[in-house]
Design a protein around this ligand. Structure first.
Ligand SMILES: Cc1cc2nc3c(=O)[nH]c(=O)nc-3n(C[C@H](O)[C@H](O)[C@H](O)COP(=O)(O)OP(=O)(O)OC[C@H]3O[C@@H](n4cnc5c(N)ncnc54)[C@H](O)[C@@H]3O)c2cc1C
Length: 581
């Protein structure tokens, strides 16, 4: 059961993972999902919207199209429906006077995931996305009820997957897993059809004349067909990602949507700065990969990294932060190469984004194991995350996990409850040297986790991208080969700073960004060797590699940012910089 005491976004991922549970979220939390506003509430929020009229049968919004915003029904009734992968229409709810239409897509003006049709003549108060954000901030109590309903509705859509894209391909296919992982990490509903077992998949393949070698295909809600798309292609098709306005000058662009970047975005957005966040993969960063974070302040029972990050992502959007995900930043320069003035970020798709200040929050990327043929198995058999997706894939099987840090420990504990056995392969002499005591103890209590210390993976065997056996050697003993199809790697990370090459931002010997007193010239705390550019979180030289530290730096950097932006403005006006309290 979903925990009703926990906040909606905390349950967002859990709800998805439990899609097979007999009781849906619509059954368990209907009253919070579909609240009815009192007339006094409606009068208070009239100032945020405009009244519109719809004829009986008229579509208020259609799947795949951007709707006009949050719609409060004043008179009449509206049917909300969705269709599944076979085109069957399913009724979700009928909104009457006082109830409102909308879900998380309305916060950022993204395409709708459901259809809405007027049952009879309808009069409605329509609140566009930017005014909805103003309502959520300006009307705290009502805003909380609305926000909770929007999040719960997204959870409901995640449960069924309907309204999102349909992926047609074999479940074990590396590209299917890649696309599923992307949608899942971005909390976007989707459905998958297996062409080997599903008649609807076969029908789609025939209808679009697709050769089975071209699978997977993706059918977007707007009707477009994509053949084995990249993540940005898919994101554009489903309206997750739009073009960046090349003429817009943001106060700050945050590169990286991990805990550090999202914290900076929330604090900067809440203080009225214009903020764009760019991330090449998904929101949440490494923290999003954590099955359970137990040492983050305020969550005594622990929280999944994805649930924590989903809260932050929604919170940032509430404060008007714009998101470009997945958008990869490949370079950083001054506008037109000038000595001073705004910065320009170059994106891998040739777009440009401009800002008066930059926050580098690109964290770190996982190290790969130095073993022959690794690439051939990445995507389908070698994993760098242990999320419900991977757990389902390995369910009931034996897996091997390499690593001895806390992330490896968490993954081992999580996987142990889904798989037959976890072989935890550790290079060092003991786990306790690098893993927190609570995890070492927990692992010791798990009968299906076997820890092999002083052990190295020596070979991988398999074909067609599917791993069939792993070889390893413990100390100077015999090489062992075990029939294992899934290998998890949690062996540390290197800083994501390649994109800073040639930018003039100084790095330490290991490639982490130098800030404050570590730079050669006097700099503000968290400021890099280039004025107006800041670095926070794991990417910063000397930072504590923890979620709480990343979040703290995200909050701290905003104060320094203000000072920098104020001094830039004063220079333009020729005045002394104002102090901010
Ligand atoms: C499995 C796992 C479990 C963990 N568990 C815990 C725990 O229990 N407690 C704890 O305190 N810490 C834990 N950590 C560590 C913690 O997650 C990190 O310290 C934290 O996520 C660092 O945050 P960050 O925002 O600095 O960087 P990251 O989380 O690394 O985020 C950086 C983001 O930048 C993006 N990016 C990188 N390059 C580019 C580019 N060129 N353009 C655009 N975007 C880019 C990435 O896609 C990523 O989303 C765990 C880490 C892992 C991997």
């Amino acid at each position: 059961m979903l925990d009703p005491s926990s906040s909606p976004s905390a349950n967002l991922v859990a709800a998805f993972a439990m899609s097979a549970a007999p009781q849906s979220i619509i059954d368990t939390r209907r009253h919070q999902m579909f609240p009815v506003l009192e007339s006094a509430d409606i009068e208070r929020v009239r100032r945020f919207g405009k009244v519109r009229f719809y004829r009986a049968g008229e579509a208020l919004v259609q799947v795949g199209n951007v709707g006009p915003g949050l719609t409060i029904i004043l008179t009449g009734r509206v049917d909300i429906t969705q269709h599944d992968e076979s085109g069957h229409r399913r009724h979700i709810v009928t909104h009457g006077p006082g109830s409102f239409m909308g879900e998380l897509a309305q916060l950022a003006g993204r395409p709708a995931l459901v259809d809405a049709h007027a049952q009879d003549e309808v009069e409605a108060l329509v609140i566009p996305p930017e005014r909805l954000r103003a309502l959520l901030i300006g009307e705290a109590e009502l805003g909380e009820r609305v926000m909770r309903a929007l999040i719960l509705r997204r959870m409901g859509l995640l449960e069924t997957g309907a309204g999102g894209p349909v992926i047609v391909g074999r479940p074990q296919n590396g590209d299917v897993l890649r696309l599923e992982g992307f949608l899942r990490r971005n909390a976007h509903p989707y459905q998958r059809l297996n062409p080997e077992t599903d008649a609807d998949a076969k029908a789609l393949i025939e209808r679009f004349h697709v050769d089975t070698g071209q699978l997977p295909i993706v059918l977007c809600p707007g009707g477009q067909l994509l053949r084995n798309p990249t993540e940005p292609e898919l994101a554009r098709c489903i309206g997750l990602l739009g073009p960046i306005d090349p003429n817009r000058l943001y106060d700050v662009i945050v590169v990286g949507a991990g805990p550090a970047g999202l914290a900076a975005a929330v604090y900067a957005g809440s203080e009225g700065l214009s903020v764009l966040v760019l991330d090449c993969r998904a929101f949440g960063g490494q923290a999003g990969a954590s099955a359970r974070i137990e040492n983050y302040l305020g969550f005594p029972t622990g929280i999944s990294g994805m649930a924590l990050m989903a809260r932050a992502y929604n919170q940032a959007q509430k404060f008007g932060v714009e998101m470009g995900i997945p958008d990869e930043v490949t370079g950083l320069d001054r506008l037109d190469g000038a000595e001073s003035g705004p910065f320009v970020l170059k994106l891998s798709n040739s777009e440009r984004a401009k800002a008066r200040s930059i926050v580098i929050a690109t964290g770190a990327r996982y190290r790969r194991l130095a073993v022959d043929g690794l690439e051939a198995f990445e995507g389908s058999s070698v994993h760098y995350w242990a999320s419900p997706l991977e757990a389902k894939l390995c369910s009931g099987q034996e897996v091997a996990l390499v690593g001895a840090g806390n992330s490896a420990g968490q993954a081992a504990v999580y996987l142990a409850s889904h798989v037959a056995k976890v072989w935890l392969l550790v290079r060092g002499q003991e786990l306790a040297a690098s893993m927190s005591r609570y995890l070492v103890d927990r692992i010791a209590g798990l009968t299906n986790v076997e820890v092999l210390t002083q052990t190295k993976v020596t070979g991988l065997e398999g074909r067609d991208g599917v791993l069939e056996a792993i070889r390893w050697r413990q100390g100077s003993g015999e090489e062992v080969s075990r029939p294992i199809q899934h290998l998890f790697l949690f062996i540390g990370a290197d800083p994501n700073t390649d994109w800073l090459s040639g930018s003039g931002v100084a790095l330490d010997a290991k490639g982490f960004v130098l800030t404050g007193g570590d730079c050669n010239e006097p700099r503000n705390p968290l400021e890099t060797s280039r004025r107006g550019i800041f670095a926070i979180g794991d990417v910063r030289s000397g930072s504590v590699k923890r979620v709480a530290a990343a979040v703290g730096e995200g909050a701290q950097v905003v104060a320094t940012l203000h000072a920098t932006l104020a001094s830039m403005e004063s220079k333009i006006k020729g005045e002394p910089a104002a102090q901010r309290g």
